[in-house]
Design a protein around this ligand. Structure first.
Ligand code: B12
Ligand code: SF4
Length: 488
């Protein structure tokens, strides 16, 4: 028997366990309630063949509007029915579901419908993916309207979840959108991961690893990004509180590597220095090898960069950073409001090389204002990177086509500039749009640019993350565009 069942569903990355369920568990424990995480995201992977799994991956990506063959849908349904039984055997009073992104909506919807038929336990949902629209209605409101859930919690669980569990209602953010943010992130509990099967996660090169969260929100406002819509204000944890979590998790689970889930690990240089300082102290005091650390990193203008910061990062264990350079065109990057140039990026690579920092570069092709000239600048930048690839400074690339997301600066710009969204299609990964003012930039051209960038990266020797999945996804996008006669 458990009082609170916490359900983790696809689509999630299975490198290491998701943070939010761990926080929900700690919050329940904090008020003396028993809880259990049901990690169905991992279980589905474990119980599927490679072929079935590839099909499920298409199903979860909602913009593909993909339907499984009948027999496979039945197989998945049977699997979900079994999972529902597993949860209900614990006779929970509350069932909490974390909707990680828009690509968690399909699995959440399936699970909630099955649960509602079989239990009167209070069903509560939350998470960044919950408010995505399906047609005109956000997912959480649709579920509430159909009576499928009892509570939706907007914003952070730290300000809502305990109030739901203790029936301290009404409460800001519970079944309303007037949510309050957690001002002091040090008040967030250390996530409790003990229900996860660590060894079954993929962890990659460094042995056992965990996500860790040092800040919420972002100091930047890149035009295409919805982080400013999701988190109201940038907040960060103290180096001391972060180090406490690192120490505890290392001791409890023998963790060798941590990946920061922050929008930017160095969003506040001051907070980042503070963390590095605390980590160095921890490494020196405990006489242990440094943990391997990774996270998203912002390139700063050359004039603001201090070499000593890189030295300090290296001593603290910073090993691999993901850097959103997006394009090789300075003009386009400025239009995106990214505020750094290729020259600044090269300076960052130079310091990275000197301090053994590996870089994963994140890019996307086909911003609504991207011209062929901009695209060729991207190709040129990549060709010039050979030297940094050979030195192991640039190790891999993550590449996409441009999305236009509702509520972002680019989304607002698109409305003002009469960008066409065929069938009002704003959903999923938001790839179906057409800019009549830049008519050369069709979906087909965007996919072709992705392929040219991939070819160049491969030629230069840059590893591509999730190459097969990306190609399958691009092919599907074009098929849908053709089938539905989107302007492609
Ligand atoms: C790390 C990360 C990833 C990682 C790993 C994710 C994983 N575990 O699988 C990677 C890089 C793989 C990734 C992938 C993707 N991601 Co991502 N990711 C993040 C990131 C940077 C941090 C997430 C995190 O752990 N935060 C810390 C935890 C504590 O926060 P949280 O999960 O939001 O949970 C809090 C609240 O939401 C709430 N909450 C959550 N669940 C519940 C449940 C209940 C019951 C309650 C009460 C509250 C509650 O309380 C929690 C604690 O405060 C966020 C951006 C950000 N900084 O938040 C984006 C983010 C979540 N990702 C996003 C997206 C879109 C994706 C992708 C779809 C991108 C893509 N197109 O492929 C994929 C989806 C995963 C997939 N495989 O398809 C979006 C989601 C936007 C949306 N509206 O849906 C975000 C917000 C980034 C953005 N664009 O702004 N992601
Ligand atoms: S793209 Fe990265 S740096 Fe820019 S606003 Fe989003 S999270 Fe911040």
């Amino acid at each position: 028997m458990t009082q609170v069942a916490i359900i983790n569903l696809p689509r999630l990355d299975l490198t290491r366990p998701a943070i939010a369920p761990g926080i929900l568990k700690s919050l329940a424990t904090g008020i003396g309630m028993t809880s259990k995480i049901f990690d169905f995201a991992l279980k589905i992977y474990e119980e599927s063949t490679r072929e079935d799994w590839d099909q499920y991956e298409l199903l979860w990506q909602i913009d593909l509007d993909y339907h499984l063959p009948k027999a496979l849908q039945e197989k998945l349904d049977t699997m979900f029915d079994r999972y529902v039984q597993e949860v209900l055997r614990e006779a929970p009073e509350f069932i909490a579901i974390s909707v990680f992104s828009h690509n968690s909506i399909t699995a959440s919807d399936m699970m909630i419908r099955k649960l509602r038929q079989k239990t009167n336990a209070k069903i509560v949902i939350g998470g960044a993916g919950m408010m995505n629209r399906q047609g005109d209605t956000p997912f959480h409101l649709k579920l509430a309207k159909e009576g499928l859930i009892d509570y939706f919690c907007v914003g952070e669980a730290e300000t809502t979840f305990v109030n739901v569990l203790q029936n301290n209602l009404p409460c800001a953010g519970v079944n309303n959108e007037q949510w309050k943010q957690l001002d002091n992130l040090d008040d967030s509990p250390i996530p409790d991961y003990k229900d996860y099967q660590f060894d079954k996660y993929h962890h990659l090169a460094y042995g056992k690893s965990l996500w860790i969260n040092g800040s919420r929100g972002c100091v930047r406002r890149c035009d295409f990004c919805d982080i400013g819509v999701i988190w109201k204000k940038f907040r960060f944890r103290s180096g001391e509180s972060l180090c406490d979590e690192l120490k505890q998790q290392i001791q409890k689970y023998d963790i060798q590597a941590f990946q920061f889930g922050d929008a930017l690990i160095n969003g506040s240089q001051k907070a980042f220095n503070d963390l590095n300082h605390n980590l160095i102290q921890f490494i020196e005091q405990t006489n242990r090898s440094k943990p391997v650390i990774g996270g998203h990193y912002i390139v700063r203008p050359k004039s603001q960069v201090i070499k000593e910061h890189y030295e300090m990062q290296e001593r603290a264990g910073l090993d691999l950073v993901s850097v959103g350079i997006e394009t090789g065109s300075d003009a386009l990057r400025y239009r995106m409001n990214k505020k750094f140039t290729n020259e600044d990026f090269i300076q960052h690579l130079e310091y990275s090389k000197q301090h053994n920092l590996k870089n994963l570069i994140m890019m996307f092709a086909g911003h609504p204002t991207e011209t062929e000239e901009d695209h060729q600048e991207t190709i040129k930048l990549l060709r010039g990177m050979k030297h940094y690839v050979a030195s192991g400074t640039v190790v891999s690339m993550e590449l996409n086509q441009a999305s236009v997301i509702r509520g972002t600066p680019l989304g607002d710009w698109s409305i003002k500039n009469n960008i066409i969204f065929p069938n009002n299609h704003w959903g999923g990964d938001h790839k179906f749009w057409f800019n009549p003012n830049n008519p050369g930039n069709t979906l087909k051209v965007r996919v072709a640019r992705v392929i040219e960038i991939l070819e160049t990266a491969i030629e230069v020797g840059i590893g591509i993350r999730g190459l097969k999945g990306r190609l399958v996804y691009s092919k599907k996008l074009l098929e849908i565009a053709k089938e539905k006669k989107f302007q492609y």
